[in-house]
Structure formats: C-alpha cells, structure tokens
Design a protein around this ligand. Structure first.
Ligand SMILES: Cc1cc2nc3c(=O)[nH]c(=O)nc-3n(C[C@H](O)[C@H](O)[C@H](O)COP(=O)(O)OP(=O)(O)OC[C@H]3O[C@@H](n4cnc5c(N)ncnc54)[C@H](O)[C@@H]3O)c2cc1C
Length: 460
C-alpha cells in the first residue's frame, strides 16, 4: 500500500487511540502513540481510564471489527485471559421498558472481559507490529503548526524529564477521550471550537466484582437492565475473566447506589428484576466498591466547523460519549476506525471534512438510541419532538411484544449491537409483530390474560 506520510502521532492509548493507531499503521511509515499514563505491566485499571473499573462488554459489531483489524483477538482474550465469547441475544438477559426480552439463538457474537483485559490485548497486538511505537508517561500539552497555523505539524509534549519537546508528525489524531483539550488547542490557534450538545443525566455507577459460580444466573453470561419508570435505575452484571462477575448499578440525576453491602443489596432489590440482587446476596465480594459519575451525554460537532487545520483529527469519545448502559462506546470507536481507513484509502485531501462527516453518521445512531432512551425520563432536559415520542412509544410496545417474540427481541438487539439501522425496526414484518403482540392494549381492550402478561413481563 502507498504510504501517505512518514509519521503519524496518536494522542491517548486507550481503546480509540489503539484502534486508530492500527489503521494508521497501514498508511504511515511509522506511528507513535503517546499516553499520559504509564503502561501497566499487567491488565489492571489505570488512572487515565477511570471507567475501566466498571462493567464493560464488547457488542457484536465491535467484536467483528476488532476481529477484522486484529485477527484472532477474541480467541486470544478467551484463551489467555479467560474472557467469554457468547451469543448476545441468548446468553445475556436484556431488560428495558420494564420488559424482559425473550432469549433465543442468534448470530450476534459478543465478547466479555474486563476493560483492562480488552485494552491490554489490543496494546500487545499493536506494539508487536514493527512500525508502531507506544510511549507511556507522555502527556501532550498542545499542537505545533506551520507558520500560518494552517497545518498541524506535530505535538508539544512533556514526556517525563523532557519538558516542552515537539514531536513532528504528518498527521495527528486526538484520542484523549471525553476530557479532550482539542477545543482549547484549536482556540489557541484561532480556530473556532466545535458546538457541543449536552444532555444532562447525572448517572453514577457503583460497582463491585464478585466470585462467579457456574450455576449463577442459570449459566447465562450477564444481564443488562436499562432503567425505566418509576425509579429509572440501571443495573448491569457481566461475567468476566477469573470466574468473576462485575456488577454496576445506579440511577439518574444523583440517585446513587450506596457503596456498602447492605445499601447496595437494598438498591439492587429495587431493580425491575431480582437476578442481580439474588446473585450478589450469595456471592463472595472480590473488590471494594467503586463509583463513577457520568454527568452528561456529550457530542462535539466537528463536522459542522467551517474551518479546521489540516492534518489533524479528533477521534472516539473525544467526539462523542453517551450513556454507557447499552455498552456502545468501543463499537463506535471501531466503526470510526473503519471510516478512517476508508477516508485514508481515498487519499489525504480534505481528510478532516470527510472523516468528520463519516464519524457523524456513525455517531447519529448510538446517540439517538442512548439519548432517546434517556429522554423517556421525565426530569431529563431536552427536546422531545413528536418523532422521538413516537419512537419511544413504539420501542416500548416492541419490548412488550418481545417478551414472548424472540424474533422481535433479536431485531432490537441487532440495532443495539449496531449491526442494523434503527429504521429496520419499522420494517413491515417487525411492525406487524409489534402490533400482533400489543393489539389488545393498543385498542385498550382490557383482558385478564393481557393484564397478567403485562404484570409478569419482567419474569422469564
Ligand atoms: C461506566 C462506563 C461503562 C462503559 N461501558 C462500556 C461497555 O460496556 N462497552 C463499550 O463499548 N463501551 C463502554 N463504555 C465507553 C468506553 O469506555 C469508551 O467509549 C472507550 O473507552 C473509548 O474511549 P476513548 O479511547 O475514546 O477514551 P478514553 O478511554 O477515555 O481514553 C483516553 C486516553 O487518553 C489518555 N490521555 C488523556 N489526555 C492525554 C494527553 N494530554 N496526553 C496523552 N494521553 C492522554 C488517557 O490517559 C486515556 O488513556 C463505558 C463508559 C463508561 C463511562
């Protein structure tokens, strides 16, 4: 493949940075990834990725893309670290709109392992490539440009003991996560900052790990509860390496789960299904409680900027991060990596404009899923146009019918797993099934059987 330049620099060696680095390594003679943290010698949480102590899983689309970019990756995570490959629709219990989706076999294959394990395997695979160098303990403080500030020519770092070094590059990618300083760096160069969209949700995750017994959860790999009224509390319990569970729970707008045994259990008992509570009540704790506060869904509209320096891109959570209850962040970064690959294949001209356009189209879908779901909460502030209210109503009806109709459950999970567009849920066959599963309630015909089904909708 023809190289587009000598040297690319990626800032941030978390999941997005590593994925971007992998793609760039095909187009640049050398790629350097700079990371503020030291690289840990074992797969343990690190300071720069505080969410790494909380429940993480890899959706079907993310697993497939990682497998494309790093052939054999999932198998390695399983064989070397004890991760689990499973059928997202069959091995995981999904509860939303207070309804438990019917499980059934599908081709949605996901990967479960702790966040440090997912990242550690990626980093080792990358650094085994001959043209990649990863430098830890190296914080980027700003950008270097040509004299007219039209083009980014490198980064200013303060690698340990070497304050103020400039590393030259033909392309710089910012993958520093939601705390990205790109807006400030651009302003310092007299470029406009991207408009920001925020939807405040004030979610916190309280998390602890427990020993996993084979009989727990009837052998299923996990359960995901997306909060709904009346209490809007989320709960996630996922199998991880070393026969462990990671349990994360919390509510909206400051409704934190307590970080003590008794309070945590009491909180879990208020979720719309008791499975997590019942496992935790009997399980041996393997860690302390940890808390993560997630203030707001945040999207930066780089694609709308009229002016942007050449040879500079922003990537991953630095563009957009959203309520993690559906676990889509890494999959979005993986999709962006493929978009970057396609953009680079077409050459270096107008790279930023083309990449941000593609990234915006990728982000639109998970943003709508996450924010649309959050806006069902009556106290979350944001516009609720008629279409959004219709979609939320329809998805509620779909969930109701999908408690018994596994084809509907799988259709919904294909969208959540970013394998199918949301419009697929409006296909005539799906709409017919939604109607079939709800026609009594839609026509407001009360029937004892219907009422019993509604009341037991979260039971298997
Ligand atoms: C509680 C929680 C649970 C989640 N669960 C899931 C899940 O189940 N599945 C999923 O796919 N996603 C999940 N996500 C989202 C996922 O964590 C992110 O989307 C993913 O980590 C990609 O983020 P990133 O690499 O863009 O940024 P980050 O992971 O935030 O990494 C940024 C990196 O940049 C480094 N850095 C920052 N500043 C500098 C600097 N100046 N110089 C050098 N380095 C710097 C940091 O140290 C860090 O390594 C979850 C998020 C949260 C908050």
């Amino acid at each position: 493949m023809n190289k587009l330049g000598e040297h690319a620099v990626v800032i941030g060696a978390s999941m997005s940075g590593l994925l971007a680095t992998r793609v760039l390594s095909d187009f640049y003679t050398k790629v350097t990834v700079l990371e503020r943290d030291a690289f840990p010698s074992a797969d343990v949480p690190r300071k720069g990725v505080p969410q790494g102590r909380h429940a993480h899983g890899l959706l079907a689309r993310g697993s497939a893309v990682l497998e494309d970019l790093f052939p054999g990756y999932s198998g390695e995570v399983v064989a070397q670290s004890g991760g689990l490959i499973g059928d997202v629709a069959n091995d995981v219990i999904w509860i939303g709109h207070n309804a438990r989706l019917a499980n059934s076999a599908s081709d949605l294959t996901g990967l479960l392992a702790s966040r440090p394990v997912l990242e550690g395997h990626l980093r080792r695979r990358l650094t085994s490539l001959p043209n990649i160098r990863a430098i830890g303990h190296c914080a980027v403080r700003g950008l270097a440009t040509d004299s007219l500030c039209r083009r980014v020519t490198g980064v200013r770092t303060n690698a340990e003991g070497k304050a103020g070094e400039i590393i030259d590059a033909d392309l710089v990618v910012d993958a520093t996560g939601r705390g990205s300083a790109s807006a400030a760096w651009l302003q310092a160069l007299n470029y406009p900052s991207p408009a920001e969209e925020r939807v405040e949700i004030g979610i916190s995750y309280t998390t602890r790990t427990y020993r996993r017994r084979p009989s727990d959860l009837d052998g299923k790999h996990g359960i995901v509860i997306a909060g709904s009224g009346p209490n809007w509390r989320n709960g996630v319990m996922l199998a991880q390496e070393c026969d462990s569970w990671i349990v994360s729970t919390g509510g909206y707008l400051g409704d934190d789960a307590p970080d003590n045994d008794e309070g945590f259990l009491r909180y879990l008992a208020t979720l719309p299904a008791m499975e997590i509570h019942d496992v935790v009540a009997r399980a041996e704790p393997l860690s302390d409680f940890r808390r993560y506060r997630y203030v707001a869904n945040l999207r930066r509209r780089y694609e709308k900027l009229a002016r942007f320096p050449e040879r500079y891109l922003v990537f991953g959570d630095a563009i957009c991060s959203f309520n993690p209850v559906y676990g889509q962040g890494i999959t979005v970064a993986a999709e962006e990596a493929l978009a970057l690959q396609r953009c680079l294949q077409a050459g270096p001209d107008a790279l930023a404009r083309r990449f941000y356009g593609a990234a915006a189209r990728i982000v639109d879908i998970p943003w709508d899923i996450a924010v649309g779901n959050d806006l069902r909460h009556p106290r979350v502030k944001g516009a609720r146009p008629l279409m959004r209210r219709f979609v939320n109503w329809y998805i509620g009806k779909l969930h109701c019918a999908a408690t018994r109709d596994s084809a509907l459950a799988t259709a919904f999970l294909q969208v959540v797993n970013l394998m199918m567009p949301p419009s697929s849920l409006l296909a005539p066959e799906i709409a017919r099934r939604v109607w079939q599963g709800n026609w009594r309630s839609m026509l407001s015909v009360p029937s004892p059987a219907n009422e019993a089904a509604r009341r037991s909708s979260v039971s298997p």
